[in-house]
Ligand binder design. Structure first.
Ligand code: IPD
Ligand code: CA
Ligand code: CA
Length: 268
C-alpha cells in the first residue's frame, strides 16, 4: 500500500466521521426514541442509525469494493475481507442520551486484520483524532504523543464494562477495583474510542477492556500506535481486533498493567 493510498483512505475516513458527527450534533438534546437492544443497558437511537447511514453512503461511494462492518447494520461483504471499514456511528450512546458529552464517531479501516487508518471525532467537544499507518497521529491537526509516565502509581487509566455484565460472570469488576487501588485512578467514561484517543494524546496512560467490539477499537488502536503507544491482547500477543480484549498503554506501563490484570484474572 502506498502513502498516497493511506492519505486517501484517511481523507475518506475523516469526511465520514465529520458527517456522522454532524448528525450527532443535530440530534444532541433532542432524542425522541431510545430503544434497548438484547441487554437492558445497550441503547440505540435515531442518531446512531442516521449517523451510520451517512457514513456508509460515503464509504460505499468512495470505496465500493471494501467490506463494511457497522454496529447498527452489521457486516456487508464486498470482497474477501482484505479491507474492512469498522464503524461505530455513535460510541457512547448512554452518555449521548443523558447529555454527557463524552461521545464520538469512530471510523477505522482494517487491512488484512490490522488497523491502518483511524478517525475518532467528538462532535460536541469538537475534537478530531486522526492517524494512518506510518503517518503519525494528530488531534485537531496537531501531532500527539503518548505520555511518558513509567509506573502504575503515576498513571491515570480507563476501562469499560460490556453490556452482558448482568449475565456474564466475567465482568471486569475485580480488575477495576484492583487497578484503582494501585494507580492514580481508573475512569469509566463510556466511550472506548475516546478512551483510546486519550491514551494517544497523553491524557491517560492506559486503557483495557474485554467484551469490546471491532467497531469500538479499530480506529482508536491505530491512533494509539501512531502516537507511540502499545496495543496488545491481555496475553501481550498482537492485538486481534476480533478477540474482544484490548490493552492499550503508553508502552512504559504496559508490562506492569498486563501483569496486574492477569494476576487478578488468574486468582478467580
Ligand atoms: C460502548 C462504549 C463503552 C464500552 C462498551 C461499548 P456504545 O459502546 O464504548 O465505553 O465500555 O463496551 O459497547 O454502546 O456506546 O457504542
Ligand atoms: Ca461502541
Ligand atoms: Ca455505538
Amino acid at each position: 500500500m502506498t502513502t498516497t493510498d493511506l492519505k486517501r483512505y484517511l481523507a475518506v475516513a475523516t469526511q465520514a466521521a465529520l458527517e456522522g458527527g454532524e448528525v450527532l450534533r443535530h440530534y444532541w438534546g433532542k432524542i425522541q426514541h431510545v430503544q434497548h437492544k438484547v441487554d437492558s443497558g445497550d441503547l440505540v437511537t435515531e442518531a446512531d442509525r442516521e449517523s451510520e447511514e451517512r457514513i456508509f453512503a460515503i464509504l460505499q461511494e468512495e470505496c465500493p469494493d471494501h467490506d463494511f462492518l457497522g454496529e447498527e447494520s452489521g457486516l456487508q461483504r464486498k470482497q474477501n475481507g482484505e479491507f474492512l471499514w469498522a464503524v461505530d456511528p455513535l460510541d457512547g450512546t448512554t452518555n449521548y442520551t443523558h447529555g454527557y458529552p463524552f461521545v464520538a464517531v469512530s471510523v477505522g479501516l482494517v487491512h488484512q486484520g490490522r488497523p491502518i487508518v483511524g478517525v475518532v471525532y467528538n462532535p460536541i467537544l469538537n475534537e478530531l483524532f486522526q492517524a494512518a499507518q506510518g503517518q503519525g497521529a494528530t488531534l485537531n491537526g496537531e501531532t500527539i504523543h503518548v505520555s511518558d509516565a513509567s509506573s502504575l502509581n503515576k498513571s491515570l487509566l480507563a476501562t469499560g464494562f460490556a453490556y452482558d455484565r448482568q449475565r456474564n460472570p466475567d465482568t471486569n469488576y475485580a480488575e477495576f477495583c484492583h487497578i484503582t487501588h494501585i494507580s492514580q485512578g481508573v475512569r469509566r467514561a463510556g466511550s472506548a474510542a475516546i478512551d483510546l484517543s486519550y491514551v494517544a494524546s497523553g491524557r491517560l496512560e492506559g486503557y483495557w477492556e474485554q467484551g469490546i467490539k471491532t467497531w469500538d477499537i479499530a480506529a482508536g488502536a491505530i491512533i494509539v500506535e501512531e502516537a507511540g503507544g502499545k496495543i496488545t491482547d491481555y496475553d501481550q500477543g498482537d492485538l486481534d481486533v476480533y478477540s474482544g480484549r484490548i490493552l492499550a498503554t503508553n508502552g512504559q506501563i504496559h508490562d506492569q498493567l498486563c501483569q496486574e490484570i492477569v494476576k487478578i484474572r488468574n486468582s478467580r
